[in-house]
Design a protein around this ligand. Structure first.
Ligand SMILES: C[S@@+](CC[C@H](N)C(=O)[O-])C[C@H]1O[C@@H](n2cnc3c(N)ncnc32)[C@H](O)[C@@H]1O
Length: 206
């Protein structure tokens, strides 16, 4: 995966993204926002915010900033904001999650939903999420990780060559992600039926 192919894929997806991936990812998004609750008074960064499909569900008293590398995905998010349904959102910015333009420790929580298997370097994504989170803050990563069932696993592997075309990796290993994060998760839980998607929760040490 590289930024050029990511931008190209999500330019294609943008218009129909909510129809294709709205419901299928809904449970994981709900879990993440429930895990963050209560967000009242919290400053939250959502990386890879995409079309902003999760934005109406943040507590109106929180302060949410969303970033994404895809201009077209952000355009959909901006339109959503125009409907007045996302009172918590204070900013939407075109930015690379692997090189965040925010000061250290500037957010109470940092969330990445279905982004870790899209970015070119998940280790850099995580390092940046960690850096901008304040000590004691929450970091949540919701994603698909390679299946433990051999049949599904071999299917996921066989789809690897299509990653650039479809805009995500199909076979990212959970253990590998945790290892490159260099941090100990406080919880790992299923974010969908059969645990096909998972949420990894970290608390930044004080
Ligand atoms: C599968 S979509 C997930 C969108 C949204 N989080 C959701 O819950 O549906 C992945 C998003 O990550 C964005 N993305 C990929 N690489 C990125 C990067 N390096 N920095 C910021 N956003 C990135 C893509 O543009 C896309 O909008």
């Amino acid at each position: 995966m590289d930024l050029v192919s990511i931008r190209k894929s999500y330019r294609r997806y943008a218009r129909h993204y909510d129809v294709i991936f709205g419901r299928v990812f809904a449970q994981g998004r709900r879990l993440a926002l429930d895990t963050l609750a209560p967000t009242a008074g919290k400053r939250v960064l959502e990386v890879g915010v995409g079309t902003g499909i999760s934005l109406p569900h943040y507590c109106p008293d929180s302060e949410v900033v969303g970033i994404d590398v895809s201009r077209e995905m952000l355009q959909v998010a901006h339109r959503r904001l125009g409907d007045g349904c996302c009172p918590a959102v204070t900013g939407l910015v075109e930015m690379n999650a692997e090189q965040l333009g925010f000061a250290d420790e500037s957010f109470d929580a940092v969330v990445a939903m279905y982004v870790a298997s899209v970015v070119p370097n998940p280790d850099r994504l995580f390092a940046e999420m960690w850096r901008v989170c304040r000590p004691g803050g929450q970091i949540l990563v919701v994603n698909h990780f390679a299946s433990q069932q051999w049949l599904l696993r071999s299917m996921e592997r066989s789809l690897r060559p299509l990653s650039r075309a479809v805009g995500f990796r199909t076979d990212m290993e959970l253990d590998h992600f945790v290892a490159v994060s260099g941090r100990q998760p406080v919880a790992i839980e299923p974010a969908s039926l059969f645990g096909y998607w998972k949420q990894i929760q970290f608390t930044k040490s004080i």
